[in-house]
Design a protein around this ligand. Structure first.
Ligand SMILES: Cc1cc2nc3c(=O)[nH]c(=O)nc-3n(C[C@H](O)[C@H](O)[C@H](O)COP(=O)(O)O)c2cc1C
Length: 346
């Protein structure tokens, strides 16, 4: 069993990574249904929370069925982060996560996110300010370092543990790498195997198949895996990895009925949580992902992204369910869920 403060997770938990514009409550719900053991909100600006920006506040919405769930904040100023932590605490998440890893320019260049990777003392001060201002377990998500010359994650891990974080998730890339190249898990393994490190270490980066998950678990000895892009349009990745870890066999891929059921649920929750117009609009980017691998799906997809009511969308989904009933997609999950090249954060 893995413990983060007072939160108990199963042995070798699979975590859904925080993803801006993706890991909102509707998406989290379908990942939870399919085996995600812990999930995070999209990152939330500490300044935005303090200003009471609507977008930031909205990201604080969490639901009982998602627990354990973490709220992720970012920021470059001690006082703001501490104050944001207090605002977060009121919404009663299971933990509070600080993002020191985001490579998006508008975040990194303001001295928040991965920008902090250039200044470990600052990172430690920011973290300490958050830990002191909240009774929630505080965790951190970060990258290996700023660039190839400053892969300082080993020192970072020790120092953040010393100021009281309860777990660390490491994405095996540097900031300057953005999303290019392969994630390098060697240093993640080193952090995990440092005898000084007592907190759980979660590995993150490029896990997109059950085989890879098992291989990395065995090779690097980490406490769990965090999955991001592979879950987009393919929340079944969690159950597939779990099943493979438990039995050594592959779980059957989702049937058309299961795919359509997930799309329907994602859509329904989007409309409920956002509203008709925004929910339907924002759902449009998900159809291609969910329906990937189905032959001649384009005509349906084009209709799905132009019609305007939930009822009409459900009608098209009915048609798809009938047309592709029993169809088996003859691609491996990796081919279906390889988002690396199109990653919107690149
Ligand atoms: C669309 C998108 C949005 C992301 N937003 C966040 C974020 O809000 N906070 C964060 O810590 N990381 C964010 N990331 C990084 C992911 O959490 C994860 O570290 C990264 O995608 C590598 O994992 P993967 O190879 O499993 O996708 C984002 C990644 C993507 C693709």
């Amino acid at each position: 069993m893995v413990k983060i403060g007072n939160i108990s997770l199963p042995e070798f938990p699979l975590l859904l990574a925080p993803m801006e514009d993706v890991s909102d409550p509707p998406f989290r719900a379908v990942c939870k249904d399919n085996g995600a053991d812990m999930m995070y909100t999209e990152f939330i600006s500490s300044e935005g929370l303090i200003r009471d920006a609507i977008k930031s506040r909205r990201k604080l919405d969490i639901f009982e069925y998602e627990r354990p769930v973490g709220i992720q904040i970012f920021g470059g100023d001690e006082d703001s982060l501490a104050m944001a932590a207090k605002i977060v605490e009121v919404t009663n998440p299971d933990l509070l996560d600080i993002n020191f890893g985001c490579p998006v320019k508008k975040v990194a260049c303001r001295g928040a996110g991965a920008g902090v990777l250039k200044d470990i003392d600052l990172m430690v001060r920011l973290t300490s300010a958050v830990v002191k201002s909240t009774s929630l377990p505080v965790t951190v998500k970060t990258r290996l370092g700023w660039d190839d010359e400053t892969k300082n994650i080993e020192e970072v891990a020790e120092r953040l543990q010393d100021v009281g974080i309860k777990a660390l998730a490491i994405h095996g890339r540097t900031r300057t790498q953005m999303y290019k190249g392969e994630a390098d898990w060697t240093l993640i393994g080193k952090v995990k195997n440092n005898p000084r490190i007592q907190i759980p270490i979660f590995g993150n980066g490029d896990i997109d198949s059950p085989e890879k998950a098992v291989e990395y678990k065995n090779r690097y000895g980490i406490d769990g895996i965090m999955i991001g892009r592979a879950a987009i349009g393919y929340p079944w990745i969690f159950r597939e990895i779990k099943h493979f870890m438990e039995t050594g066999e592959h779980h059957a891929p989702p049937t058309i009925e299961e795919r359509i059921a997930v799309v329907r649920k994602h859509l329904k929750l989007s409309v409920q949580w956002k509203n008709d117009v925004v929910g339907i609009n924002e759902m449009r980017r998900h159809y291609a992902n969910y329906l990937k691998g189905l032959p001649n799906i384009k005509e349906y997809r084009n209709r799905l992204v132009t019609i305007k009511t939930e009822a009409e969308i459900n009608d098209v989904l009915d048609e798809i369910a009938v047309k592709y009933q029993g169809y088996e997609i003859d691609k491996t999950p990796i081919e279906l869920i390889n988002y690396h090249e199109k990653c919107p954060v690149d």
